[in-house]
Design a protein around this ligand. Structure first.
Ligand code: PA5
Length: 424
């Protein structure tokens, strides 16, 4: 299996400083291992790469195959952890110019009438199915989208509409669970001990990813690589080194982390990461604010700020090694654009030089950085990245002394919105 690798040389944190965090890391590691820390009822994701049963994988694959065989479009309805993981993997693995045999569309992640009206119009003459995902079963955005799209299904397909719906929700409670039971949908369960933003390796992520035609067992195998990591020494465990580095930088006043990636297909991976870290760490007026930049694109928009704005930033680059047989720049006889100095070089090579130049410039400008290097982007490396970040955020939350597995702050907007909407 090809493994992701790490480069910590630009972090501006000394070895002594990092090593001074070892005792704290050991305490937090024990809380995770013995499940004694805050939110420890939500550590089920730790076991998903090793404990997901063959039967569950088979059942997910059979449902995905059935949906792929029978429908032109599958609409995945969900928000936050109930859609970002699936979308990030599907987008990272898809060819942007090639339509999937079964088109996958996401809904219920916004209250935009423009988006949902356009979707309803688009689906009018399509043979489609719905996968509705909500752990609580009561989240407003997906509930409204589900109501609207179920209405369309009923109008188009009458009594059979329920055969076109798969629900992924709690095992025994919640509004969606009750609807699914009453209306007899096919269902998959989100385990009780796995929170939304940690659920990509449950049916929440696996079913949509399998519908898109990607190998879910390989995603889990990739995740297993880091799940089996038992080393706790900062120097020997990149997950803990990343967490310790972030913590040391935070204590130096670096309160924002930019995930800077050089492949646009990772844009939703960055969205998934932002939710994972933002919702897990941002508590009790603490936490590092996660932002993202697609490079080199955003060097022409955010680059100036990163280079020279407020110095509360650090950066994690995600780069892809030069790929064999990747696109080469051609030679032109007249060289009117003066680019012949690049002739014969791959675009990947130029992209990597852009990364090296950027990492040095940002370091010189006071933005420490580290780099995660991907040998390629496939199910294995994405599985590794997913588990790497999940474990890192758990460790980071414990280092900050917050519960990384709850999200009490999300309730505030809902309370206000429901009061304004007159909900009883
Ligand atoms: O991480 C979380 O728990 C949240 O982001 C949820 O995933 C999100 O709010 C959606 O919740 P639900 O799946 O209950 O609809």
């Amino acid at each position: 299996m090809s493994e992701i690798t790490f480069n910590f040389k630009n972090i501006s944190v000394s070895d002594a400083e990092l090593n001074s965090l070892q005792t704290k890391i050991d305490v937090c590691n024990e809380q995770l291992a013995k499940r004694t820390g805050s939110g420890s009822d939500f550590l089920g994701w730790l076991d998903l790469p090793t404990n997901t049963s063959v039967q569950l994988l088979q059942s997910i694959q059979e449902t995905a195959d059935e949906l792929r065989a029978n429908y032109e479009v599958v609409v995945i309805i969900g928000i936050g952890g109930s859609y970002l993981g699936a979308k990030s993997v599907i987008e990272a693995l898809s060819n942007p110019f090639k339509k999937n045999r079964t088109e996958i569309i996401f809904a219920g992640h916004t209250l935009s009438s423009h988006y949902h009206q356009a979707l309803i119009d688009y689906l009018q003459d399509k043979n489609f199915a719905l996968v509705v995902i909500s752990k609580s079963g009561t989240t407003t955005e997906p509930s409204i989208a589900f109501r609207l799209l179920k209405n369309l299904l009923r109008e188009k397909f009458y009594y059979d509409y329920n055969k076109r719906i798969v629900a992924i929700t709690d095992a025994s409670r919640g509004v969606l669970f009750n609807i699914a039971k009453t209306e007899r949908y096919k269902t998959f369960v989100i385990p009780d001990d796995v929170g939304g933003r940690f659920s990509v390796l449950t049916p929440v992520g696996l079913l949509p990813i399998a519908i898109a035609g990607f190998e879910i067992s390989e995603l889990l195998e990739g995740a297993e690589f880091f799940a089996e990591q038992t080393e706790t020494k900062i120097d020997a465990n990149p997950i803990y080194k990343y967490a310790a580095t972030r913590f040391a930088l935070y204590n130096q006043g670096k309160t924002m982390e930019i995930m800077s990636y050089f492949e646009p297909r990772l844009s939703f991976f960055a969205e998934w990461w932002k939710q994972l870290f933002g919702e897990s760490e941002g508590k009790n007026h603490k936490g590092i604010f996660p932002v993202s930049a697609c490079l080199t694109t955003d060097l022409h928009s955010l680059g100036q700020y990163i280079q020279d704005g407020i110095r509360n930033l650090f950066e994690t680059f995600i780069i892809l090694h030069e790929q064999p047989n990747s696109l080469k720049i051609n030679h032109e006889h007249l060289d009117a654009d003066k680019l012949n100095f690049l002739a014969g070089k791959t675009l990947d090579f130029v992209n990597l030089k852009a990364y090296e130049g950027t990492a040095q410039a940002h370091l010189d400008g006071g933005v420490p950085n580290l780099t995660i290097e991907l040998p390629k982007i496939d199910e294995h490396t994405l599985g590794q990245l997913i588990f790497f970040y999940e474990k890192a955020v758990a460790m980071s939350g414990y280092l900050l002394e917050v519960n990384p597995f709850d999200q009490p702050g999300v309730e505030q907007y809902k309370k206000n919105m429901f009061a304004l909407l007159g909900k009883k």
